[in-house]
Design a protein around this ligand. Structure first.
Ligand code: MG
Length: 255
């Protein structure tokens, strides 16, 4: 069931979303050659503590029975890693791109967002991938309006991505968000305009396209979490949590 939020709930989600945006901006600033992904995670955990926010990714249960829960507050996915990379000792190198996905719960409501950031100087094709992944997200957000179907959001993302020569990951999708990080409905980044539920005032969703430089195919590594491209080519990921309002889409996690 898709939960419709009251204006009071929307106000709380705005606060949670702003905390996510602030922390992601701190992480963006900290990204430079030499820093480890574990050090980035420590910043996120510290910032949650300061705000009495719960980092929701930490100990998030695995969807596969017997799979181990996610061990950190942020997902750090470098280069060919698509999503769900686990922070560790690995240090960022000049020329890498890193996506950071981060969610928290503050005063009972969730916020969730992701950014992809170049580490120092990166290739032209890497920069182009980052730029168009973020633009594809905004193409989707633009369609998140009362009276549109969810498929219009999905289709806009896919169309824009493919028109610019990128492929769209299908195995992982966006989601409703509210009291929990993951609620109904699923928000695919591909599809047809006439698919999915009609969007209504008070729906809150996280839209999160993952675009690949090569083919769309991905697999999950032996650590149970890290998703990588099959062809080893670069992938980028952007996400915002938004509300459908009478004035159009409101982005909670815009910095
Ligand atoms: Mg999400």
């Amino acid at each position: 069931m898709i939960m419709i939020k009251t204006p009071e709930e929307i106000a709380k989600m705005r606060v949670a979303g702003q905390a996510v945006a602030e922390i992601l901006e701190l992480l963006r600033t900290a990204i430079s050659p030499g820093i480890s992904t574990l050090a980035l995670n420590a910043i996120a955990e510290e910032e949650c503590k300061k705000r009495s926010a719960i980092p929701v990714f930490k100990n998030y249960p695995h969807s596969r029975e017997g799979g181990k829960p996610f061990p950190a507050a942020i997902c750090t996915s470098i280069n060919e890693e698509v999503v769900h990379g686990i922070p560790g000792e690995r240090s960022l190198q000049e020329g890498d791109i890193i996506s950071i996905d981060f969610g928290l719960i503050l005063n009972g409501y969730a916020g969730d967002a992701a950014i992809t950031v170049p580490v120092g100087e990166v290739s032209k094709e890497a920069l182009r991938l980052i730029k168009y992944t973020e633009k594809a997200l905004f193409k989707g957000i633009h369609e998140a309006r009362i009276g549109n179907k969810l498929g219009q959001v999905s289709h806009a993302i896919q169309k824009y991505a493919e028109e610019h020569g990128f492929s769209v990951v299908r195995e992982f999708v966006g989601h409703g968000i509210g009291r929990k990080m993951h609620e109904a409905p699923l928000v695919p980044n591909y599809g047809r305009v006439n698919q999915g539920p009609y969007l209504k005032e008070g729906m809150t969703i996280a839209i999160e396209p993952m675009l690949n430089l090569g083919a769309r195919n991905v697999f999950t590594k032996a650590d149970d979490w890290t998703v990588v491209t099959k062809d080893g080519k670069l992938s980028a990921h952007f996400e915002h949590s938004i509300a459908i309002t009478a004035r159009g889409p409101e982005i909670f996690t815009l910095s």
